[in-house]
Ligand binder design. Structure first.
Ligand code: DAH
Length: 339
C-alpha cells in the first residue's frame, strides 16, 4: 500500500511539474484528488486492509493528499502570477499617446435663434406653449376666420391627412387652443414646426418653423402691439433698430400689418443685404379679429388682443447672414459649427 501511495505521489508531482497551463493543473487535481480520483480509489480499497492497519493507511493517504495539494496550489498561484504579469505587460497604457478627440455637438442656428426669441418674450412676462403639428382643419383654418372656400387657403398649400385633419400650415391654431381654455388674460408665444406643400429652394421648404404670439386682456390696443414688437426688434437686432408697420391682410386679425425693421447691416441706408431698400420684412401681426375671439368663447366687447407670427428660419438666416435656407437642413457639422 505504501509503495502504491509513493507511486501515486511521484506520478502526480511529475505531472504537476510538467504542466504549463491552469487547465492542466486543474485536470490533475480532479484525476488525483477528486471524487473519482486515484487517492479516493485507495480509500475505497480499505476494506481489503486488515482492520488494525486501517488508521495508519488512512493517515498515509491523508499525508499524500496534503503533499500533492500543497505542490499543486503552489504551482497554480505561481502560474496565475505569471499570467497576470504577462497581461500587465501587454496592457500597458502609454500616457504620451495623443488623446481621442471628443466631438461635442453644437446648437443649431434655429435653436439659438429660438432661445433668443424665447428669452426676450419670457422677459416680458410671456408663457411658452406648444400645440400639435397634426392639427384639425377647424383649428388651422375655420376658427381663425378662414372658412372652407376662403382664398387664403390657396396661399398656404396644405398637406391634408384627411378632409378634417391637416399638417398645420401655421402656428396660429395654438392661439385658438389657448383661448378656448378660457383662462384670461393671455400672454403667450408658441414656437413650432409647420408644413406647406412647397418646392425646396433657397427660401422655401415644405417644413419650417414659426413663432406665434398672442396677448389677450382688457384694453389692449394697437399701441401695445407696436410697443411690444418694437421692443422685440430692438432686443433681437440691436438698440438702434427702427420698425415700420405696413397695412396688410390676415383673415384672423383686423387691422393687420406687416412689420419691417431697419436693415441691421447698413442701418437703413440701403445695401445688398436689404436689396437697397434699407428695410427688412420680419413678421405679420394685427389685432385679433372679433370673429376669432367670439368663436373661442371670448367676448370682444370686454376683451381685445393682438397677435403676431414670425418665421424662425427667417430670423436665423438674417441674424447669421445665411443666404440659403437649405443649409439649415443639411446638418453639415462644418456649417453648423460656425454659429
Ligand atoms: N399665420 C401667419 C402666416 O403663417 C402669420 C401671422 C400673421 C400670425 C399675423 C399671426 C398674425 O398671429 O397676427 O403667414
Amino acid at each position: 500500500m505504501k509503495e502504491k501511495l509513493e507511486q501515486i505521489k511521484a506520478d502526480a508531482l511529475s505531472k504537476i511539474e510538467n504542466s504549463d497551463t491552469l487547465e492542466k493543473l486543474n485536470e490533475i487535481r480532479v484525476n488525483f484528488l477528486g471524487k473519482k480520483g486515484e487517492l479516493t480509489a485507495v480509500l475505497k480499497s480499505m476494506k481489503d486492509v486488515a482492520p488494525e492497519e486501517r488508521p495508519k493507511v488512512g493517515q498515509m493517504v491523508n499525508e499524500t493528499r496534503e503533499e500533492i495539494e500543497k505542490v499543486l496550489e503552489k504551482h497554480i498561484s505561481q502560474m496565475e502570477k505569471a499570467l497576470r504579469e504577462a497581461k500587465m505587460k501587454t496592457e500597458v497604457i502609454d500616457v504620451t499617446l495623443p488623446a481621442k478627440k471628443n466631438n461635442v455637438g453644437h446648437r443649431h442656428p434655429n435653436t439659438i435663434a429660438l432661445e433668443e426669441v424665447e428669452r426676450i418674450f419670457i422677459g416680458m412676462g410671456y408663457e411658452v406653449v406648444e400645440g400639435p403639428e397634426v392639427e384639425k382643419d377647424y383649428y388651422n383654418f375655420e376658427a381663425l376666420n378662414i372658412p372652407k372656400d376662403h382664398p387664403a387657403r390657396d396661399e398656404q398649400d396644405t398637406f391634408y391627412i384627411t378632409e378634417d385633419i391637416v399638417l398645420r400650415t401655421q402656428t396660429s391654431p395654438v392661439q385658438v387652443r389657448e383661448m378656448e381654455k378660457g383662462k384670461l388674460p393671455i400672454r403667450m408665444i408658441a414656437p413650432g414646426r409647420v408644413f406647406r406643400s412647397d418646392e425646396v429652394d433657397a427660401t422655401h421648404s415644405p417644413s419650417f418653423h414659426q413663432i406665434e404670439g398672442l396677448v389677450i386682456d382688457k384694453n389692449i390696443t394697437f399701441a401695445d402691439l407696436k410697443g411690444t414688437l418694437a421692443e422685440f426688434a430692438r432686443e433681437l437686432f440691436g438698440e438702434e433698430t427702427k420698425v415700420k408697420f405696413r397695412p396688410h391682410h390676415f383673415p384672423f386679425t383686423e387691422p393687420s400689418a406687416e412689420m419691417d425693421v431697419t436693415c441691421f447691416k447698413c442701418g437703413g441706408s440701403g445695401c445688398r443685404f436689404c436689396k437697397g431698400s434699407g428695410w427688412i420684412e420680419i413678421l405679420g401681426c394685427g389685432m385679433v379679429h372679433p370673429n376669432v375671439l367670439n368663436m373661442s368663447g371670448i367676448d370682444p366687447e370686454e376683451y381685445s388682443g393682438f397677435a403676431f407670427g414670425v418665421g424662425l428660419e427667417r430670423i436665423a438666416l438674417l441674424k447669421y447672414e445665411i443666404d440659403d435656407m437649405r443649409l439649415l437642413y443639411e446638418n453639415d457639422i462644418r456649417f453648423l459649427k460656425q454659429f
